[in-house]
Design a protein around this ligand. Sequence first.
Ligand code: FES
Length: 345
Amino acid sequence: MISKLTNIIIPAYQLNYNIERNKNIIQASLSRNIKLPFSCRSGVCGTCKAKVLKGKVNKNNKVNHVLTESEKNDNIILTCQAEAISDLLELEMLSPISKQLDNEKPKEMISEILSIKQVTTKIKDIKISVSKRFTFIPNKLSYIEIIIPGSDIKEKYYILYKNKNNNHINCGHINILVDKRKNINLNKYLEKTLAIGEIITIKGPYLDNNFPSFPDKPTLFLSKNINIIKTLNIINELLASGFEYPIMLISYFDKKKDILLMEEMHKLQFLYKNFSYKITLFNKDPSNTSRFLFGSVAKNINKIFPDLGLHYIYMNGENDFLIEINKKIIELGSKEENIFIDKNN
Ligand code: FES
């Protein structure tokens, strides 16, 4: 069951969003894509101090090494420790919220192709330059659009987030994966211009607000092909925000050589005890029988989970994939309120 929500308002930054009550305010805000100021997250540094203007928080049994008696009497709290307990909580942050977190308007800009790497037979990893004006947080659900001049053709490209880059706000470039199978017109355009040194127009970054609220329960992610970028970005966010329940990712690719981001999945499994993944392939490869599952996700899922009644499910892929999976997980006991179908690809 999704826990009760609190409406957080931070007037100085025009922030107004809902958080779950059973997590501290920093953690709950992160799972809503809002990064309030923090550093230690252990009640030691004071970076996360905020003044409660309206509403109530629960501070019982929480760690505080920095708040003085007079600050406490003045309604100052540590947001890395306090949990919201009222329907509304209005805050004044005592440290500034980073500029990149203001809901900046997307910008249209010229970008240069810096490198192109063929990742699978159909997918290319293109690295494009971004100006310093283009600030973003790589571990958020940021995406850009590539624009064909003189037409209204554009498509979302999720920014490829890799673990090792998660401290960079703007490192002068971003990576996106271009999939030949997606928008035909756009891909024709990209094929024409896709050479190192070519100039393309991009718009963004946009933040995908279609971000589900993950309840406190084991969560199963099901994802296909290129949608794995967004799915892994969400998993990264969730794990980094301290989600403690088991997370499993089952991803589906046609062939072994089409597998994307396996190294990233592996890194996450190494970093977080509560994360594991399985890859299913359409084609059986005799040389790798023990490592992968074969056949559709729907055919394989009950080998892993005989009952999905206790899980929250997130699915991301093309329509036929989603329909097939949805049918299967309902058969395995999933309840509609625990299923999130991401159609916003
Ligand atoms: S983040 Fe350091 S005290 Fe809260």
